[in-house]
Structures are given as structure tokens and as C-alpha cells.
Design a protein around this ligand. Structure first.
Ligand code: B12
Ligand code: SF4
Ligand code: SF4
Length: 357
């Protein structure tokens, strides 16, 4: 089915994807043992959903036994400005690049659905009434091992920071997949091109990598700001700096990014008000204004309480006495993690003002 495959790849690029390659669902035999080891060590923290359907997450062939091919797609969200610039501005928050504008789940899903409609209409003899082509699309939230499948299809390799790195797109791309009963020609897997580099391991502010290719998510700022409910371990809070949603440090330092060009999709380019939002302003948001400001953004999912908790940790780390009133306003907050973060921030700022460490 090479004619169909070539047309599919061309169509995927027209739809806005930057990479499209194919593997079989059973091409990731290494995953079960590695996922088990990750879960047994407890590296998933509160993300119980990773453990709950681990039999599917380990084995895409078990997730849907009739599937014969997995079309793996990559979509660039490469920033057009330095993503680390705001980390040194103590009065603003840093939001990770993927969340500075529209939610990729919505955009990638729409593209996948359009591509699938085209595929079904083009599939030819296998798409008969007796044997209709079947497809399922996934992006992020399903129990699918997207990174190992992406490597098996050749989108990129799992770098030492654990994410997929592409020779062309570097570390800045989302992954989506289409499972289908069609037997399409496959592509060769990608090899590891990290070599002796360890830039991502060395820059991590919380030392979250237990070894190259292995992340203890419980220490990762992305996990702490997005997934972790309740108060964060006080030992980790100072290391979070002003990162209020996600973290990009390990991605941003990857030398393979030098080949990446800014994303074609302008709805991933940073909104002006999310590039370096003032912490004092963010601390004033309430449920209604938070929802309005982050409508269509992935940030909306974490809710106002976790968001304020993160903003207050950043305020506590700012060393700025002028932010003391912003923290004081939340010391009696109804949400315990917000009140706790406000008190922690106040103690830290007052100690800073008194010249104590
Ligand atoms: C859970 C999750 C997280 C968790 C855990 C991250 C993690 N590394 O697992 C948290 C919340 C921390 C997270 C953070 C981020 N995430 Co996330 N996340 C996921 C999700 C939903 C599942 C990943 C998973 O299964 N983790 C479980 C562990 C066991 O898997 P793993 O890292 O692949 O672990 C493997 C290695 O340990 C490996 N291994 C062990 N030993 C060895 C040895 C060698 C030699 C090798 C090669 C591998 C290896 O085997 C394990 C099993 O495969 C995927 C979407 C999906 N459905 O796949 C998105 C996904 C991985 N995330 C994504 C992104 C963009 C991010 C962030 C950059 C967001 C941000 N800016 O804050 C950060 C990056 C942090 C980081 N360094 O990983 C993208 C990555 C795109 C890409 N190019 O790879 C994905 C694919 C979502 C998407 N559809 O685009 N994420
Ligand atoms: S996202 Fe940040 S905290 Fe998480 S592993 Fe990468 S550098 Fe470390
Ligand atoms: S920073 Fe270096 S070690 Fe890390 S993923 Fe990129 S090439 Fe690999």
C-alpha cells in the first residue's frame, strides 16, 4: 500500500503535521518491563491513572487487537522567542511553551479527525462494506505509550530527558496517533542520537532524573505544577523558581533544537499576556477571571486553587518585598493549599527582607 502511504504522508503535512511515520502496534516489546519498573518505584506520584490501565499503556496490541498499523504524527510547537528569558525576571511567572496559547489537545485532535476522514475515503479495496476500515485517534490522554511508538515509527528517539527528539524538530513537538486496521507499509525505527551529551540531565532544577532516560516524576516541576494535588514538599518549592505551569528547561537546552524552525501553527505562538505575566496580577485572579483568562488554554484544567498555589510559591521565591501584599491577601484562603502557600511565601519574603537565608 505504498501509494496510499505516500499520499497519506503528504496529506498529513497539508493538515499541519510536520512528521508522519508508521509502525506496528507490537513494535514496542521493551515497554512492559520499563513501565512496571517506573510504577514499582513510585515515580508516578499521584498520577494513579498511569498505573490503572498499565496493561494497555504497556502493550498497544492489547489496547486494540484488530489494529495492524499505527500512524504516528508529530506537530511542531517550536517557540519564536527564547523560552528561558522570563526565568530570570523575579516579578513574573514562567509558563511552559506548550501552554502559552491554545490547548494542543484540541488542535491536534481536530487535525487527526480530518486526516482520518480523508484516509477512510481513500482507503480503496480494504474499505469495503464487508471489511470497513476502522480507525481510532489518540493524543496524550489515552493509555498509549506515545513516545516508544514514536521511536518505533522513526519520528525521533527517546532522549535522556525521556521525551522524543527529532533530527528536524528537536524537542519541541507534540505527538498524536491513528490506530487502524489497514496494513500500511512501516518505517524504520530511529536510533539514539544523544551520544555523550547530558545537557538536559544537568540543567534540571530539581534533579528529577534518577539516571539518563529515567525520570522520577515526583520531583519534576511539570508534574508538581500541573498534576500534583495539595501542598508541594517544602524542600522542592524553592527549586521551582518562578515556574507556575510546566517546565521546559530540559527541552530548551537540547542541542538538536538548533535545526528547529518556529511552529507553522500560529495558535501555538505565545499570547502577549502569557509570555511573562506579572505575579501580582495573577495573584488577583478569582475563579471567574481565571476561567475567562485561560479559556481555550490547557492551564484552565488545573483550576484556580492549584494555579494560585503555584503563583504563591513563585512569589515566595521572588525575593521581592513589594509582593508581600499579594501573598497576604491569601493567608485565609478557603483552599488549604492556597493558604499554606501564602503563609510559606510570607515567611520567605519577610526572612529575605530581614537578610536571612
Ligand atoms: C505522564 C506524562 C507526563 C508526566 C511524566 C513524564 C514522563 N517522562 O513520563 C509529567 C507530568 C512529568 C510530564 C511532563 C512533561 N510532558 Co508529558 N506526558 C505524559 C504522558 C501522558 C504519559 C507518559 C508516560 O507514559 N510516562 C510513563 C513513563 C514510564 O514513561 P517514559 O518516560 O516513556 O518512561 C520510559 C523511560 O523510563 C524508558 N526507559 C527506561 N530505561 C530506559 C533506557 C533507555 C536506553 C531508553 C531509550 C528508555 C528507557 O522506558 C519507560 C517506558 O517507556 C504522555 C502522553 C502519552 N500518552 O504517552 C505525555 C507526553 C510524554 N508529555 C509531553 C510533554 C510535551 C511534556 C512536557 C514537556 C510538558 C511541559 N513543558 O511541562 C514535560 C516534560 C517533562 C519530561 N522531562 O518528561 C509530550 C512529549 C512529546 C515528545 N516530543 O516526546 C507527550 C508525548 C504528550 C503529547 N501527546 O505530545 N508528562
Ligand atoms: S521538565 Fe523541568 S523539572 Fe521536569 S525533568 Fe525537565 S528540567 Fe527537570
Ligand atoms: S539535551 Fe542532550 S542528552 Fe538530552 S535529549 Fe538532547 S541530545 Fe539527548
Amino acid at each position: 500500500m505504498s501509494g496510499l502511504k505516500e499520499a497519506l504522508v503528504a496529506r498529513a503535512v497539508e493538515e499541519g503535521f510536520d512528521l508522519a511515520r508508521i509502525c506496528r502496534p507490537w513494535d514496542v516489546p521493551q515497554v512492559p518491563a520499563r513501565l512496571d519498573a517506573f510504577l514499582e518505584a513510585g515515580y508516578h506520584g499521584q498520577m494513579n491513572w498511569l498505573a490503572e490501565r498499565s496493561h494497555w499503556r504497556s502493550d498497544p496490541a492489547a489496547l486494540w487487537p484488530e489494529a495492524r498499523s499505527v500512524i504516528m504524527l508529530g506537530e511542531s510547537y517550536t517557540p519564536d522567542t527564547d523560552p528561558m528569558a522570563s526565568l530570570v525576571q523575579s516579578d513574573v511567572g514562567t509558563i511552559s511553551v506548550y501552554a502559552r496559547n491554545r490547548d494542543y489537545h484540541d488542535l491536534v485532535k481536530k487535525r487527526l479527525k480530518r486526516l482520518v476522514r480523508w484516509l477512510i475515503s481513500e482507503a480503496g479495496p480494504q474499505g469495503t462494506k464487508e471489511e470497513p476500515v476502522q480507525v481510532k485517534v489518540f493524543v496524550d490522554t489515552a493509555p498509549v505509550p506515545e513516545k516508544p511508538l514514536g521511536q518505533a515509527a522513526g519520528l525521533g528517539w527517546q532522549g535522556k530527558h525521556t521525551n522524543l527528539v527529532s533530527r528536524d524538530l528537536g524537542s519541541w513537538f507534540f505527538i498524536g496517533s491513528i490506530f487502524t486496521t489497514l496494513e500500511l507499509d512501516t518505517d524504520p525505527a530511529e536510533i539514539d542520537n544523544c551520544g555523550n551529551c547530558r545537557a538536559c540531565l544537568d540543567i534540571c532544577p530539581t534533579d528529577a532524573f534518577v539516571a539518563p532516560y529515567q525520570l522520577d516524576a515526583r520531583r519534576c516541576i511539570s508534574y508538581l505544577t500541573i498534576e500534583h494535588k495539595g501542598p508541594v514538599d517544602p524542600d522542592l518549592r524553592p527549586l521551582m523558581g518562578n515556574r507556575i505551569y510546566g517546565c521546559d528547561d530540559c527541552l530548551a537546552v537540547c542541542p538538536w533544537n538548533k535545526f528547529a524552525v518556529a511552529a507553522r501553527e500560529t495558535r501555538y505562538h505565545a499570547r502577549d499576556d502569557l509570555n511573562a505575566p506579572p505575579l501580582a496580577e495573577l495573584a488577583q485572579l478569582d475563579d471567574t477571571t481565571f476561567r475567562a483568562r485561560f479559556s481555550g488554554s490547557p492551564i484552565k484544567r488545573i483550576g484556580i486553587d492549584r494555579f494560585l498555589r503555584n503563583v504563591l510559591y513563585a512569589i515566595g521565591n521572588s525575593g521581592r518585598a513589594d509582593l508581600i501584599p499579594a501573598a497576604e491577601a491569601h493567608v485565609d484562603a478557603a483552599a488549604p493549599e492556597v493558604a499554606d502557600a501564602a503563609r510559606w511565601a510570607l515567611i520567605r519574603l519577610k526572612n529575605d527582607a530581614n537578610g536571612q537565608a
